[in-house]
Design a protein around this ligand. Structure first.
Ligand code: IVH
Length: 690
C-alpha cells in the first residue's frame, strides 16, 4: 500500500473517500445481509487506516466517515406472499379408536357403506413449503405463515440440493406443489456438533434445525445446511391432471420431485391400521423424524364432496405417534443450581439413540420425583423424548437392579457454593441460600438479565456470560454497562488496561461494535421489562407487566416495596401473598438495592405507557395460549396480550373468549373446540398485536 507518513493531503482525501465507501459496503453486507465478504482482520485493517488518516488530517474527516456512523443497519423482513389456495393444517388423532371414528365419519358423510380407499403417508416432522411454477419455471416459494399469507423463501428453496428450478415436461401453466422441508437426523447431529464446537446456538431437534436453516434472510446460510424436501400435495393449479392423491404423487415423482417411498394405498380399515403399526416399527430406523401418519381419502371427487371444516379438510387426518422411548443406564444424578437458587436434579445417561437423536441427559424434575420413582444412580431407566420437550425419565426397571444400589441422597448443601440448601414447607424445591455469592445463581441471573424479554442484549449469549463471569469481566448486571469504557485502550496515566475484547477468540472489531451498540440500545427499557430483568423470584413477564401497570413508575414501585407496603401489591389481581413476600424481601436485601441504584444511574426506565390499543380485538377479553408458538416466546405473547388489555388465563372454560393455538396444540384446543370458543392462530394473534 502507501506510506502514511509521506502521504499528501490530496491523496489522504481520496483515500478517505474510498474507505468511507468500502467500509459502508462491508457494513451493509455484515449487518443487513448477514453475508460478510471481508473477514475481521481485513475489515479491521480498513478501519485502522481510516482512523490513522483522520488522526493525521482531522480537517479531512468526512460527514459520511465510518468513525461517525453509529447504529447498525436494520435487517429487512421476509417479503409476504399471498397464497391463493390456503395451506391448511390437519386434525390430530392419537388412537386406533379415533381412527375408526374418523373412517366412520367419512363413510357417514358420503352416505357410503363401501370401503373407502385412503393413502397413508408418513407425517414428516419439518416445515411445510409451497413452490409455484409458472410455465414450468420455479417462480416463488413460501412458508405456510398463517395459511393465507406466507413468507417469501424463494431464494432459500433454490439452494436446497435437488430443488427443481425448471420442469422439463409439459406441466399446467400455474403449478404449485407443496410439501415438507426437513433435516435428516444425521445432518442434524453433524450441524449441532459443529455449532457446539464454534460456541454457536445448537438446535433442540431436527425440526427446529430445519426451520432455523430455511427461514434465513441470507440464503447462503440455508445453502450451508443440509436440507431435504419431499412433495405431498398441491396448491394453485391451473389445470388439474390427476384424479386421485395416488395419481398426483406418481405425477410429481415423474417430474423429478422426491416423494416419500413409504407412501401407501390402503383399501380397507385393516390396511390403514397395519400401515400405522408397520411405520411405527420402522420409525426409529428412518433417517428423518416423522411424528405420525397422514391418511387422505384417495379419490379427488370424494375429497371434493367431503370438503373442509374451518381450518382442516374432512378428507384427511393426522394419526400421531406416541413419544419415543428407550432404555439406558443412569450414570449419575447431577444437581444444577438455577437463577433463584433452585436445585434441579439432572440425569446423566449412557448416551442412547432415541428415535434417531442421541440423548445423554434427562430431567428428573425435583427431589420428590426421584423419591417417588425411586431412581438410583446405576439403574436402568426408561427415557422418553417428545418433540421440543426435554427428555424425561419415565420409570426405573427395578428387576434390572443388580447390586444393592444406595438410595439417592439429595444434597442439603449447594453443590456450587456450599451454602445451606433449604426446603420451605409446602415447596417442592430445595434452594441454595447463598444468594448472589453463589456463582451459579449469579451467572443464571446475568443470563436472565440479558434475555429477550428483559434487557434483550444480543451478543451476550449463555456461553459469553459464563466466560465473562469466570474471567471477572462481568460479575454484576452493572458491569455490562461499563464494558465499553473498560475496553478503551489504556491511557498513559491509567493503570487499568483495556479488556481488548476484539482479540478474544471468535471476536473482532465488528462483533464488539455490534455488542456495544446492543448494550447502548438496551439502556432505554420499559418498566415491565426492567422489573422482569431483576429476576425476582416468581415474577415472570406477565406479573412484571401487572406490577408495571399498577405502579406506573419504577420509583413508586421501589419506594412502596422498601416501605413494605404490601396491601397495594396484594390488591393486584394475579399477585398472591407468597409472591408479594418474595418481592418485598428482594427489595429489602441491601445487595439488591445497591445494584438497582447503580443500574438506575445508567439505564433509563420508561414509565408505564398503558394499554397499547383499547380498540384491539382482545381488549377486555380472556385469552388462553396453547401449543408451541414459533415467532414469540410464551412470555412475550402473554405480556403482549396483557398490553392489549386482555386477561390471560391458564385453562379453557366457558369464560374464555379466544384460544391462541400454536403448533401441536393438545387438550386445551380440543376443549375449546368442544365449547365453541373462538380459536385463532399465532399469526392471527400477531396481526392483532401489531
Ligand atoms: S397434507 C390439507 N401430507 O403436517 C392437508 N401434510 O398437521 C395439507 N405434514 O402443515 C397437508 N407430512 O406441514 C400433508 N404427508 C403429509 C405431511 C403433512 C407432514 C405436515 C404439514 C402440515 C401438517 C398438518
Amino acid at each position: 500500500m502507501f506510506d502514511i507518513k509521506n502521504i499528501t493531503e490530496i491523496e489522504a482525501a481520496q483515500q478517505l473517500e474510498f474507505l468511507a465507501k468500502e467500509i459502508e459496503k462491508a457494513d451493509i453486507a455484515y449487518y443487513q445481509n448477514d453475508a460478510p465478504y471481508l473477514d475481521d482482520a481485513q475489515y479491521d485493517k480498513l478501519r485502522r487506516l481510516n482512523d490513522a488518516l483522520e488522526a493525521k488530517f482531522p480537517h479531512l474527516i468526512r460527514d459520511d466517515s465510518p468513525s461517525k456512523r453509529v447504529g447498525a443497519l436494520v435487517k429487512s423482513e421476509f417479503k409476504k406472499v399471498e397464497l391463493k389456495v390456503p395451506m391448511l393444517s390437519l386434525a390430530d388423532i392419537f388412537s386406533q379408536e379415533e381412527l375408526k371414528d374418523f373412517i366412520l365419519s367419512v363413510k357417514r358423510f358420503l352416505n357410503s357403506s363401501d370401503d373407502i380407499v385412503f393413502t397413508s403417508e408418513p407425517k414428516m416432522d419439518g416445515l411445510s413449503f409451497s413452490a409455484l411454477y409458472v410455465n414450468g419455471i420455479f417462480s416463488r416459494g413460501s412458508t405456510r405463515g398463517d395459511g393465507k399469507i406466507g413468507e417469501d423463501i424463494t431464494e432459500n428453496l433454490k439452494v436446497i440440493k435437488g430443488f427443481p428450478l425448471y420442469l422439463e415436461k409439459d406441466v399446467p401453466e400455474r403449478f404449485e406443489v407443496r410439501g415438507e422441508v426437513f433435516m435428516s437426523k444425521e445432518d442434524f447431529l453433524t450441524l449441532n456438533a459443529k455449532n457446539e464446537e464454534e460456541h454457536k446456538k445448537t438446535f433442540s431437534n431436527p425440526r427446529n434445525a430445519a426451520a432455523g436453516s430455511l427461514r434465513q434472510l441470507d440464503a447462503k446460510i440455508t445453502q450451508e445446511r443440509n436440507l431435504s424436501f419431499i412433495v405431498y400435495t398441491w396448491g394453485e393449479v391451473s389445470d388439474i391432471r390427476w384424479n386421485s392423491q395416488e395419481e398426483f404423487l406418481n405425477y410429481v415423482a415423474s417430474l423429478g420431485f422426491p416423494v416419500n417411498p413409504y407412501n401407501k394405498i390402503c383399501h380397507n380399515d385393516k390396511e390403514l391400521m397395519d400401515s400405522f403399526d408397520s411405520l411405527m416399527m420402522q420409525r426409529s430406523s428412518l433417517p428423518y423424524d416423522i411424528d405420525g401418519i397422514v391418511y387422505k381419502v384417495n379419490d379427488l371427487e370424494l375429497q371434493r364432496r367431503l370438503g373442509f371444516l374451518t381450518r382442516t379438510p374432512r378428507w384427511a387426518i393426522a394419526h400421531k405417534f406416541p413419544a419415543e422411548q428407550a432404555i439406558t443406564r443412569l450414570n449419575n444424578i447431577r444437581v444444577q443450581v438455577g437463577r433463584t437458587g433452585a436445585l434441579t436434579p439432572v440425569a446423566d445417561l449412557e448416551p442412547i439413540n432415541v428415535g434417531g437423536v442421541l440423548v445423554s441427559h434427562a430431567t428428573l424434575h425435583n427431589e420428590d420425583e426421584i423419591k417417588r420413582k425411586d431412581i438410583r444412580v446405576g439403574d436402568m431407566v426408561v427415557i422418553q423424548r417428545a418433540g421440543d420437550v426435554i427428555p424425561q425419565v419415565v420409570s426405573v426397571l427395578k428387576d434390572k437392579r443388580t447390586d444393592d444400589l444406595p438410595e439417592f441422597q439429595f444434597p442439603h448443601f449447594c453443590p456450587e457454593c456450599g451454602a445451606h440448601a433449604i426446603r420451605e414447607e409446602d415447596e417442592a424445591v430445595r434452594r441454595c441460600t447463598g444468594g448472589l455469592s453463589c456463582p451459579a445463581q449469579a451467572v443464571e441471573r446475568l443470563k436472565h438479565f440479558v434475555s429477550r424479554e428483559a434487557f434483550n442484549i444480543e451478543g451476550l449469549g449463555d456461553k459469553v456470560i459464563e466466560d465473562f463471569y469466570i474471567e471477572g469481566i462481568i460479575k454484576t448486571p452493572f458491569d455490562i454497562f461499563t464494558l465499553e469504557q473498560r475496553n478503551q485502550p489504556a491511557d498513559l496515566f491509567s493503570s487499568v488496561s483495556s479488556l481488548e475484547l476484539e482479540k478474544r477468540e471468535g471476536w473482532g472489531t465488528k462483533s464488539v461494535k455490534k455488542l456495544f451498540e446492543a448494550i447502548e440500545k438496551s439502556k432505554n427499557i420499559s418498566l415491565q421489562k426492567f422489573i422482569y430483568a431483576l429476576g425476582i423470584r416468581q415474577v415472570g413477564a406477565a406479573t412484571a407487566y401487572l406490577i408495571a401497570r399498577h405502579y406506573h413508575s419504577f420509583n413508586s414501585f421501589m419506594n412502596a416495596m422498601i416501605q413494605k407496603d404490601l396491601q397495594l401489591l396484594i390488591s393486584i389481581d394475579g399477585v398472591g401473598p407468597a409472591m408479594a413476600k418474595d418481592i418485598v424481601e428482594f427489595f429489602n436485601e441491601e445487595h439488591n438495592l445497591f445494584i438497582i441504584r447503580e443500574l438506575l444511574k445508567v439505564v433509563h426506565v420508561e414509565d408505564f405507557e398503558g394499554i397499547e390499543n383499547t380498540n384491539s380485538e382482545i381488549f377486555g377479553k380472556t385469552v388462553v395460549f396453547t401449543g408451541t408458538l414459533t415467532s414469540l416466546t410464551r412470555n412475550e405473547a402473554k405480556s403482549k396480550a396483557l398490553a392489549f388489555g386482555a386477561k390471560v388465563a391458564g385453562s379453557v372454560s366457558a369464560h374464555t373468549d379466544y384460544v391462541i393455538a400454536g403448533e401441536n396444540a393438545g387438550s386445551k384446543l380440543s376443549k375449546a373446540q368442544e365449547l365453541g370458543v373462538k380459536i385463532i392462530s399465532e399469526d392471527d394473534f400477531i396481526k392483532i398485536i401489531s
